[in-house]
Design a protein around this ligand. Structure first.
Ligand SMILES: Nc1ncnc2c1ncn2[C@@H]1O[C@H](COP(=O)(O)OP(=O)(O)OP(=O)(O)O)[C@@H](O)[C@H]1O
Ligand SMILES: [Mg+2]
Length: 316
């Protein structure tokens, strides 16, 4: 990566809500110009991390800096550089698209000619121009998200913190939304985004996997894909649950994951284990389609890492 300036840094960052450790000893460095993805199951702590970085929430212990400023003591200095889009609906439903943009311009003190120019540009950039007079509440889910992003961009922040910006958005709008993020990324904006859909993690320069408040891994998509041992065989058995039980513990089988009616089986050597798997299931009277060799995605790596962590938690 050409740019190596650290723009966001968290050290031993913790946040507790009563007995819940929402974020637990988070260490994180995000470089200027990255698209950094935060993934993890519900309740993993993604929103809490973003809210602390956005200076909305103070940590229980540890500290974070954003553009070199302390997130607690110098929060006001950070805000000018930061755009935060919350997970919840953050617009004024009764106001039109244009009125919402003007409202956010008011908040950031953007006036006159500059305001007009920026709103004009954001309407084009977010593909929202045809909907200028429509009330926010009457926009589709995808357009509401695009408007929320446009409002977040009104003061031209150099860092964007986006909390699940594509949740509940249809696949076409998701793609458009990511095209917009890519344009911002190319223009040099640093983007930290929590991600509900695994395929979106592929678009990030680095991805952090959170689980129960902890950052389990933090690396490039390429390296994360390689974190599971063995080769991956995909298989369509007649009865996936029973097939998984039959295959568990068989020689050379490292790990079995269920994806709907498919099994993803990590083995030590696919060429040898493929025919063995078919034979073993046939012996139990079960037919299957496959197996065929597949490329591990980040999803397999995440499920494997979370599975191991859960076992350790139960075991320990
Ligand atoms: N204000 C709060 N008061 C009490 N508990 C909270 C509060 N905010 C978050 N939590 C708890 O902290 C943990 C982490 O929540 P957080 O919202 O950060 O997770 P998340 O990864 O964003 O989840 P999701 O994918 O559902 O949005 C959860 O157990 C949650 O219930
Ligand atoms: Mg959340």
């Amino acid at each position: 990566m050409a740019k190596t300036l650290t723009i966001i840094e968290a050290r031993a960052l913790c946040k507790s809500f009563g007995a819940t450790r929402a974020v637990d000893m988070l260490d994180l460095s995000i470089l200027q110009g990255e698209i950094f993805g935060l993934v993890g199951p519900d309740g993993a702590g993604k929103t809490t991390v973003l809210r602390m970085l956005a200076t909305i929430l103070n940590p229980t212990s540890g500290h974070a800096t954003v553009t070199g400023f302390d997130s607690v003591k110098q929060a006001e200095s950070i805000k000018a550089h930061l755009g935060y889009m919350s997970q919840q609906f953050s617009l004024y439903g009764d106001l039109s698209v244009l009125e919402n943009l003007n409202f956010f311009a008011d908040i950031f003190g953007i006036k006159n000619k500059v305001r007009k120019q920026r709103i004009d540009r954001l309407l084009d950039f977010s593909r929202m121009r045809p909907f200028g007079t429509r009330r926010a509440a009457q926009l589709s889910g995808g357009r509401q998200k695009k408007l929320a992003l446009a409002c977040t961009l009104i003061h031209e922040p150099k860092i964007l913190l986006l909390d699940e910006p594509t949740t509940g958005v249809d696949p076409v709008s998701r793609r458009e939304f990511w095209d917009i993020l890519t344009e911002l990324h190319i223009a040099g904006t640093t983007i930290v985004v929590s991600i509900p859909y695994m395929d979106e993690a592929e678009r990030c320069s680095r991805v952090g996997l959170m689980y129960r408040g902890r950052l389990l891994v933090c690396d490039t998509p390429n390296r994360i894909r390689k974190m599971v041992d063995g080769e991956l065989l995909a298989l369509h058995p007649e009865n996936p649950q029973r097939a998984a039980t039959l295959l568990k513990g068989q020689p050379g089988i490292i790990e079995i994951q269920t994806y709907g009616d498919k099994l993803h089986i990590f083995v030590d050597a696919a060429v040898m284990r493929g025919p063995e798997i078919i034979a073993h299931l046939a012996q139990a009277g079960m037919n299957c389609v496959g197996p065929w060799l597949a490329q591990p995605r980040m999803e397999e790596a995440f499920i494997s890492l979370i599975g191991k962590q859960a076992e350790m938690t139960i075991g320990g």
